[in-house]
Design a protein around this ligand. Structure first.
Ligand SMILES: Cc1cc2nc3c(=O)[nH]c(=O)nc-3n(C[C@H](O)[C@H](O)[C@H](O)COP(=O)(O)OP(=O)(O)OC[C@H]3O[C@@H](n4cnc5c(N)ncnc54)[C@H](O)[C@@H]3O)c2cc1C
Length: 400
């Protein structure tokens, strides 16, 4: 059965997140202008329960479903992308990955404080010389007694200068083994040999922390290996199935907000003696916005429905993320055009939406990588293999 009706719980969540996000809007706009971040906003998100949204209650979360996760992301990114990014990395890429792959001790130690919002989490895969080609990472982890000694660096890590816990990926074997020598680790900011530095001068997500991370002879306890040695690449890809979903859902929110602004403006801006909304070329833009947003939302909901069912959704999530992020960019661009010169100034939020939409076509799989994924599924060159650990259907059973 397919059901497009939101539950009462979903509606309450949507309204309360919208209210909270509207409440921090002025602060976020100010931070964006100054290129500054404020971790207190993230801790407040934790107090609101956002950081444990779909993590089971037994691990400190709110126990909600994947559609709730999409609603949360959509509502946050209606206000600003830097409010949605923490959900993508903390919940999508990190906490859900721990839920899927961590052992019970790791869940107790790391997942619970993350879901309770007491500790912030991030995900470090990209390196200065390995982005799309993630199999090519160069960070190394050498086992010495009860520790792995990690050396290397990570680039462009969201919350990289803020998060307390980070899932990182490093090579535990020869590079010739490709993805089979990549392993995943849970690390803590306080480890000796860890350092980070914010990246300055970004086009978008200016109120968010995007950072470099450096590991210099960083000793990580062997029990912090996530999954098995050599399983890191599979763990990273499964994490992206959740992260990409949150990026796509957030992009729908950004697109809706840009369209709302454009509609309001078009109805009040007078040119040639009438509101510009009455010109058919403006209406055409609004029609394209509606079509794009509706189709993007449907793809997100389909992916969310599959997640709730416990079905593998790599293909569907990739398609939803690719489409939604392209649509957000197109809608922001059309909205800016409707605003004319005013869209080009920070007097209105459109230029911020335009800058923020651009990044989502790069992170969590570039638009090109998603096209390769879709083509390779369609051509039969790519098939999903079962993973050693899969998340069960929602609601998660007690022994998840
Ligand atoms: C704001 C922001 C936040 C980020 N947050 C995180 C994070 O939290 N964690 C993390 O690990 N990473 C993060 N990233 C990094 C992001 O995931 C990478 O930037 C992305 O994977 C692309 O890698 P790259 O920038 O090295 O580009 P490259 O991989 O070098 O690609 C450059 C260009 O070549 C194209 N290209 C590459 N390979 C192919 C191919 N086979 N066929 C066709 N075209 C190709 C790409 O699509 C792109 O257009 C973030 C990036 C940004 C901008």
């Amino acid at each position: 059965m397919i059901d497009f009706e939101l539950t009462e719980e979903h509606k309450i969540l949507r309204d309360s997140v919208r209210q909270w996000a509207e409440g921090v809007k002025d602060r976020i706009v100010e931070l964006d202008r100054k290129h500054e971040t404020d971790p207190e906003i993230l801790y407040d998100m934790g107090r609101q329960g956002f950081l444990g949204i779909c993590i089971p209650e037994k691990y400190g979360g709110a126990g909600m479903d994947y559609i709730s996760l999409a609603i949360l992301c959509e509502e946050l990114e209606r206000v600003d992308t830097s409010l949605r990014v923490p959900i993508s990395v903390h919940v999508g890429l990190n906490s859900l990955t721990l839920l899927q792959w961590a052992n019970e001790e790791q869940k107790q130690k790391y997942l619970i404080p993350q879901a309770e919002g007491k500790k912030l989490a991030a995900f470090g895969l990209t390196e200065p010389n390995a982005g799309s080609d993630a199999k090519n990472i160069q960070t190394t982890a050498v086992k010495e007694g009860d520790y792995y000694i990690i050396n290397g660096s990570k680039a462009w890590i969201s919350l990289g200068d803020t998060a307390d816990h980070i899932i990182i990926f490093a090579r535990t074997g020869p590079k010739e083994l490709g993805h089979k020598s990549i392993s995943a680790f849970i690390i803590e900011r306080g480890y000796k040999g860890f350092s980070s530095q914010k990246i300055k001068g970004k086009l978008g997500v200016r109120a968010g922390d995007t950072s470099m991370m450096y590991f210099h002879d960083m000793a990580v306890p062997a029990e912090n290996l996530l999954g098995e040695e050599g399983e890191g690449f599979k763990i990273a890809m499964s994490a992206l199935d959740n992260g990409r979903y949150t990026v796509g859902a957030g992009s729908v929110g950004l697109a809706k907000a840009a369209m709302d602004e454009a509609i309001n403006y078009a109805k009040t801006r007078i040119a040639f003696g009438k509101p510009i909304a009455e010109f058919q070329l403006i209406q055409q833009k609004i029609a394209y916005m509606v079509r794009g947003i509706e189709s993007a939302e449907l793809l997100i909901w389909k992916a969310g429905w599959m997640k709730n069912k416990g079905y593998r959704n790599t293909k569907e999530t990739s398609l939803a993320k690719w489409h939604a992020t392209d649509i957000a960019m197109e809608v922001a661009d059309m909205a800016l055009q409707i605003f004319g010169a005013y869209g080009y100034s920070d007097e209105y939020p459109i230029e911020r939406f335009f800058r923020n939409a651009r990044g989502a076509r790069i992170y969590e799989g570039t638009a090109e990588i998603h096209q390769l994924i879709q083509a390779s599924y369609a051509l039969g060159y790519r098939k999903d293999k079962p993973l050693r650990k899969e998340l069960p259907p929602w609601p998660f059973p007690d022994d998840v």
